[in-house]
Write a protein that binds this ligand. Structure first.
Ligand SMILES: [Zn+2]
Length: 308
């Protein structure tokens, strides 16, 4: 398969939507380990992966976001880290077939280096185990996502690059402060991630979760203004979650998100997909709009591919 960083020169790629909220819809209870479902509810996980392929996604993620040995330790499953990640990639590979791309998802460990919770070596070993499991199961790239601390992301990138042959994507989650500026819960701004993540070896960078498409436009512009060539991936929520009658709801409809997709491309995004609250219907609508827009204006007009 062609490398993602080559493919994005030819077209805008569409990624998948939510996994966590989709698993809950399928019956995952709070307090249950999502990654254990790769073993116990294989068909449900496969159905999620398949539904995004059927919606037209060029790539799908794996059910391994919380698959670090630290997160699995909460459920007494630390020893199954490699196996559960391998299974996650095998399931998504089965849905993706040989032609679509599988992104092996790696989320943060929840441990903080600056607080002395954990050592760099312990983090490295966990990310190494997760990345090699995902690679062994057939992932095409590693997607380090929903990160907020640069130091942890750098270790996750290095552990993935040094122990697999896969491309590495790294995306951060930003929140809008009252002054209108974006930063992670550790105070990292969108422009701050560019140099350190690329230096650590990331092939693609970007942003996911926390915001709907509207806020993602400004975040992408800020990342793009710091680097003209690095491919950018965005996985946006279906808006900011609202709690109604004790239930979490995501307000943005497929049509609303699809309408904003060309603006994300103008801002500099190369790969577009969804995060919490997005469904196959969102991905289908985004794909249709992006395809239609590109056929009207051509990719070279949507964003300029640097030739130098
Ligand atoms: Zn999310």
């Amino acid at each position: 398969m062609k490398l993602l960083k080559e493919l994005v020169k030819e077209k805008i790629l569409i990624s998948d939507g939510a996994w966590g909220t989709f698993l809950q819809e399928k019956g995952l209870k709070s307090g249950e380990c999502p990654e254990q479902w790769n073993k116990t509810h294989r068909n449900d996980v496969l159905e999620i992966a398949q539904s995004y392929i059927d919606a037209g996604a060029d790539m799908i993620e794996t059910n391994s976001f919380g698959g670090s040995s630290f997160k699995l330790d909460h459920y007494g499953l630390k020893e199954e880290c490699f196996e559960l990640n391998k299974l996650a990639a095998e399931i998504s590979r089965e849905a993706a077939g040989p032609d679509k791309i599988v992104l092996g998802s790696i989320g943060p460990t929840g441990k903080f280096l600056m607080m002395g919770d954990v050592t760099e070596e312990e983090l490295y070993e966990s990310f190494k185990l997760q990345a090699t499991g995902l690679s062994e199961g057939g992932a095409d790239a590693i997607c380090i996502e929903t990160f907020y601390a640069i130091d942890e992301a750098e270790i996750a990138i290095r552990a993935s690059k040094e122990n697999t042959d896969l491309e590495v994507i790294a995306t951060f989650t930003f929140e809008k402060a009252p002054d209108g500026k974006f930063h992670t819960m550790m105070g990292v701004a969108p422009g701050d991630i560019v140099e350190p993540l690329i230096s650590a070896g990331a092939d693609i960078i970007g942003t996911n979760c926390g915001n709907g498409f509207e806020n993602m436009i400004g975040i992408i512009e800020e990342i793009r203004s710091n680097n003209a060539t690095i491919p950018i991936l965005v996985h946006a929520n279906a808006g900011l979650p609202l709690v109604e009658d004790g239930e979490t709801k995501f307000p943005d409809t497929p049509e609303f998100m699809a309408e904003l997709a060309p603006k994300l491309i103008n801002a500099g995004a190369n790969i577009i997909g969804g995060c919490c609250g997005t469904t196959p219907a969102h991905i289908k609508a985004i794909k249709a709009t992006v395809t239609r827009t590109l056929s009207q204006v051509g990719i070279s007009r949507m964003f300029s591919i640097p030739s130098c």
